[in-house]
Design a protein around this ligand. Structure first.
Ligand code: UD1
Length: 427
């Protein structure tokens, strides 16, 4: 079993470049189903979630050429299956992103029901209700969702109860060929939605309003393959910005649009962190103590839930008390109990976490509870007293490319270590 071992107290400074956004790349890969032929995606992160989406596409009949680790040539001309097995959906819930494109291309899809997830129930009822409005019929059988549109997809008006990223993306992709116009009200506004709509429009789709709460999709005929660069990863960038803020020395983060981290950077500034914004880069630094600031997660342009753990980590050593409220996912505070092992003082009350800042953290053996929580534990280890060992690092590999190597290049004393299971204290 591999763990990440980090020794706290060393300088972490310099420049780091982020990859393309995981949450965009996965949906862009699914969207290539809509344009039969050879599509080229550049700036693709080389992470395990992308590898799983590659397997999903191959299962459907696509072939993928890895031109270099960040450039994928995806040939979807021979896609001839519309079934995605549980073995893949169970590994990555985002596999359900193929539902919309398969319905648009074949008028049918069979996708395994995603199981529970370690950051809450993560239902897909809004995907289903929205697609039903477009004329899709659903049947759940032996754990699989069978979707079909016997009379074809018809444009319709859909109002989402909550601005769900996944539901918005599936609805956009399902409706590109639908008869007439589809209007999605209370649509998610994340930059990854804009990236998806941009690529689909480059393919010949007619999508207006992406990035606003109302998206209009006018159904068109065939789409054509394109070459498209994945938008920079605002969450990887935010994670490194948080690391810079935690350690204190200047850290420049390149390869993304600072505006995509709008509220995160404003909150960091309120905490006493200096943020210099440049062209596709920022530099963070800190001289004084971190000041406590209340934070609540909300859909974009609100504070991203994917930055909650890293921000709580910062606040755990703030000069005072504040409240972090999680409004997007239930059960997304597992990270806090691991951080307690490192000496933090956090009290969870429902979807609120009361964070009492402590003087410092102490190195400990901790488990990565999920992707962002895992990165935040590594971040805690960089300033903790002594050695921190983070296990279950497959979560981190899902979304961060060369995380350890990038931190080493910034000066961190960190490495991946292969150790026998029984040597870990908690077995
Ligand atoms: C995506 C991102 C994830 C991010 C999240 C919110 C990907 C691969 N993942 O996840 O990193 O944290 O957006 O920014 O892009 N919900 C329902 N019914 C539905 C759909 C969602 O109740 O049909 C609920 C979910 O359980 C959750 C909330 O809505 O509580 C938000 O989910 P959603 O925006 O859909 O997140 P994902 O697309 O799964």
């Amino acid at each position: 079993m591999e763990v990440i071992r980090v020794e706290g107290g060393h300088p972490v400074t310099g420049t780091v470049t982020v990859e393309g956004a995981k949450n965009s790349a996965l949906k862009l890969m699914a969207a290539t189903i809509l344009a039969p032929g050879i599509n080229t995606l550049t700036n693709v992160p080389n992470i395990s979630d992308v590898h799983i989406m590659g397997k999903v596409l191959k299962e459907l009949g696509a072939s993928i050429e890895v031109v270099d680790p960040h450039v994928l040539r995806i040939d979807t001309s021979k896609v001839d299956s519309w079934e995605t097995p549980y073995s893949l959906v169970a590994q990555m819930r985002a596999s359900t992103a193929v539902l919309g494109p398969l319905l648009a291309r074949f008028g049918k899809a069979v996708v395994a029901m995603p199981g529970g997830c370690n950051i809450g129930a993560r239902k897909i009822d809004m995907h289903i209700l929205g697609l039903e409005a477009l004329g899709v019929e659903f049947d759940v059988d032996h754990g699989d969702i069978h979707a079909s549109a016997p009379d074809g997809l018809k444009g319709s008006s859909v109002s989402l109860d909550f601005a769900s990223v996944g539901a918005t993306e599936n609805l956009i992709m399902a409706s590109v060929h639908a008869q007439g116009t589809t209007v999605i009200d209370n649509a998610a506004r994340e930059p990854e939605i804009v990236d998806l709509a941009n690529m689909l429009n480059e393919m010949g789709a007619d999508i207006q309003g992406a990035g606003s709460p109302v998206i209009e999709i006018h159904g068109v005929g065939e789409l054509h393959p394109v070459t498209h660069a994945v938008v920079g990863d605002r969450i990887e960038a935010g994670t490194f910005a948080a690391i810079g803020a935690m350690v204190g020395q200047p850290l420049t983060v390149r390869g993304f649009e600072p505006i995509h981290l709008g509220l995160v950077l404003k909150k960091f500034e309120q905490m006493g962190i200096a943020v210099e914004r440049g062209d596709r880069e920022i530099t963070v630094s800190r001289t004084g103590k971190i000041m406590p600031v209340d934070v609540q997660t909300l859909p974009f342009p609100g504070f991203p839930t994917d930055m909650q753990a890293q921000t709580m980590c910062l606040l755990s050593v703030a000069k005072g008390t504040c409240v972090v409220t999680e409004n997007v996912f239930e059960s997304r505070f597992m990270f806090a109990s691991e951080l307690q092992r490192m000496g933090s003082n956090i009290v969870i009350q429902g979807h609120h976490a009361v964070v009492h800042g402590v003087e410092g953290l102490s190195g400990a053996e901790v488990r990565s509870p999920d992707l962002r929580g895992g990165a935040a534990l590594v971040m805690a280890g960089l300033v903790a007293d002594g050695i921190t060992t983070v296990s279950d690092i497959h979560h981190i590999d899902r979304g961060y490319e060369r995380f350890v190597e990038k931190l080493q290049a910034l000066g961190a004393h960190i490495r991946r270590v292969r150790i026998p299971d029984e040597e870990l204290g908690f077995f």
